[in-house]
Design a binder for this molecule. Structure first.
Ligand code: ADP
Length: 246
């Protein structure tokens, strides 16, 4: 992505191209338990970015070589649907998708109590349905909820958000235009109750002072996403209880 373009991304009133203030997260919509055939699933919308996550496991994959004697093997596939971008994306896995699959797995792994399920696999599938910036962080957010929905014990939920720098200003939850024409982007994911960051990347340049401010802003976004995650899980739990009553 080209960084540092002249396109005006913040107006004289401090509003961004989609009308948000600099520290505002896009509207979040989450639904948990959306797929009948997966053990756990979730759909996360943040602005126009829309991501589906499905979890299978813990299960015996039938491939002995990948099993670990003391914990579950966690596998993750991040995939962009051909219709998720402006130009049709090839359905074949790209280098970027292979890299993001690993990045997301590493962001999720610390949260899973994998020791409880030796000699099994837990598979996470992330499908980007619509991409408008922040798909890896929305992928982490959705994957964590799908794991919880599958009943897999977690140390905490993992919530993700991306901070960016546009027109020399730090902004929270960047969209695709801000990512493309801005000066820097910093995706982040964390377990808020534990206070542990599990994903932190930086594309572009920030001063040390900007980096510390970006971290603060990232935490603010992570906590907003975390509240939305908990609310979605609560809603799902109440629905399940209602079904039992009937
Ligand atoms: P992230 O989605 O985590 O921000 P990137 O920084 O690589 O990851 O991508 C930023 C945005 O650029 C994506 O959210 C998406 O909107 C767009 N994008 C990424 N890859 C492609 C692609 N192959 N074709 C079209 N748009 C893409």
């Amino acid at each position: 992505m080209s960084k540092g373009s002249d396109i005006k991304l913040i107006d004289e009133n401090g509003r961004r191209i989609d009308g948000r203030s600099v520290d505002e997260v896009r509207p979040i919509k989450i639904e948990v338990g959306v797929l009948k055939n997966a053990n756990g699933s979730a759909i996360v919308e943040i602005g126009k970015t829309k991501v589906l996550a499905a979890v299978y496991g813990p299960r015996d994959p039938g491939i002995r070589t990948i099993l670990l004697p003391n914990r579950a093997t966690i596998r993750c596939r991040y995939h962009m649907a051909p219709f998720s971008t402006h130009e049709r994306k090839s359905p074949a896995p790209s280098r970027r998708e292979i890299e993001l699959s690993k990045v997301i797995r590493e962001a999720i792994e610390p949260s899973v109590i994998a020791e409880a399920f030796p000699r099994t696999t837990i598979d996470i599938f992330i499908e980007i349905l619509n991409a408008d910036g922040g798909t890896r962080t929305a992928g982490v957010t959705a994957a964590s909820l799908a794991l919880a929905d599958a009943g897999i014990p977690l140390r905490d939920l993992v919530a993700g958000i991306a901070v960016g720098k546009v027109q020399d200003t730090l902004v929270l939850d960047i969209n695709e235009s801000e990512d493309m024409y801005g000066q820097a982007d910093m995706p982040m994911a964390a377990m808020p109750s534990i206070g542990a960051i599990t994903l932190l990347q930086l594309n572009g340049v920030l001063t040390e002072e900007e980096f510390m401010k970006a971290l603060d802003l990232g935490w603010k976004g992570v906590k907003t996403v975390y509240e939305a995650q908990k609310e979605a899980l609560r809603k799902r739990y109440v629905e399940l209880k209602n079904i039992e009553v009937i």
